[in-house]
Ligand binder design. Structure first.
Ligand code: SAH
Ligand code: SF4
Length: 354
């Protein structure tokens, strides 16, 4: 931004002021009268000439998605926001509250090309990558929601919404650089988790570039055959290669890896499977997150019963792996990945109807 303004002869201090306005004061409109009163005339003039709201013909535009639907969960702890982007694509952004902190779950693509059979986003297919601004805009949207409610701001960020972050590597990394910038949103890199279906080249790149974020790898199967049945992308990046990439990542970064495991009744939820998973991960500093399936329209599987979830967890713990069961937050608001957009397409929900 500083370079951009400098090209037009503006001093660095203007860029700094604009950056703070966008990411701290959450300004989302460049129209006359909407700008902070202390913007100096050169900056106001520059904005008038180059940047007008979302009118891209003016030069630079703000990514300000419109809210297509918003639904709170019955427990009041989760709210899901369906955001419409400039070209009409809709993506989901979820706000989750835990005691004393808020976490944002954002999307990185409209749809997803990976086709995991149980995932509502996978079932809808791939539309396009999100640009960095469209990823940052989701965080800014939730930050505005929190500010309007006089709540403290976001503390954590997970890239677990729609899409595969490492299939959109460059845009995601640019977005995270903006989100972690200390004079802006300032969400610490250690409070950010990237969840991947297992895009091996992306994992290796994260390690080589020493990216300071947490890594979560979605496994769901402990053998190639089991995994490919749920995660077709495993045919492209086989399980053996994926585990090797994880070992390499752990070695280079010294960081613990989180593994996600969606539990599907009778498919991948037996204690024997848990023990095979432990054997597969032997020697890796791993934490396993279990997610009971959120049923979706395009998949016939059902969620694992609570007692079987406990038995699976116990088997992993006995094998020495820390293991957490993730609550299915907001299941009543269709907060599973891609489910709100899928439901909306089916039932044409409107904000009023919600
Ligand atoms: N594409 C990335 C991040 C988005 S999905 C990935 O796959 O990791 C985030 C997590 O939600 C993944 O672990 C995914 O397997 C899981 N998930 C998707 N749909 C689900 C469903 N219907 N029930 C339970 N977990 C689901
Ligand atoms: Fe894509 Fe992740 Fe859904 Fe698989 S689980 S289809 S990778 S969003």
């Amino acid at each position: 931004m500083a370079d951009l303004l400098a090209r037009d002869g503006l001093h660095f201090s203007h860029a700094r002021r604009l950056w703070r306005a966008l990411h701290r004061e959450l300004v989302n409109d460049f129209a006359e009268g909407k700008l902070p009163a202390d913007f100096l005339p050169p900056l106001v003039r520059w904005l008038r000439e180059h940047a007008r709201g979302s009118d891209t013909h003016a030069g630079y535009s703000l990514d300000v998605p419109t809210l297509a639907a918003e639904i709170p969960s019955a427990d009041g702890l989760t709210s899901k926001h369906l955001l419409r982007l400039a070209d009409g694509q809709e993506v989901e952004t979820v706000l989750m509250s835990y005691p004393g902190r808020y976490t944002a779950c954002v999307s990185t693509q409209a749809g997803c090309a990976m086709g995991c059979v149980f995932c509502a986003t996978g079932q809808m297919g791939f539309a396009r990558h999100l640009r960095p601004g469209e990823i940052v805009a989701q965080v800014l949207h939730l930050q505005r929601v929190l500010r309007a409610a006089r709540s403290p701001g976001l503390r954590n960020l997970v890239l677990m919404g729609m899409g595969e972050p490492l299939h959109n590597y460059d845009h995601v990394m640019t977005a995270l650089e903006i989100i972690t910038e200390q004079r802006g949103l300032n969400i610490g890199p250690g409070r950010i988790s990237i969840s991947t279906v297992g895009v091996v080249p992306g994992i290796l790149r994260l390690a080589e570039e020493r990216r300071p974020y947490n890594l979560a790898v979605s496994l769901h199967g402990a053998s190639e055959e089991e995994r490919s049945a749920l995660v077709p992308a495993s045919r492209r990046w086989p399980l053996a290669d994926l585990i090797e990439a994880c070992r390499h990542y752990a070695e280079l970064t010294g960081r613990r890896i989180f593994f996600e495991w969606t539990l599907v009744a009778g498919v991948n939820d037996s204690p024997d499977t848990a023990r095979r998973l432990a054997a597969l991960l032997r020697g890796v500093d791993a934490h396993i997150n279990l997610i009971p399936l959120n049923p979706t329209g395009g998949f016939g599987g059902s969620p694992t019963e609570e007692s079987a979830v406990d038995a699976f967890q116990l088997a992993l713990q006995e094998a020495g792996y820390p293991c957490t069961v993730r609550q299915r937050r907001g299941i009543d608001v269709a907060a599973g990945c891609g489910q709100l957009r899928a439901d909306k397409a089916k039932r044409t929900l409107t904000p009023a109807a919600l």
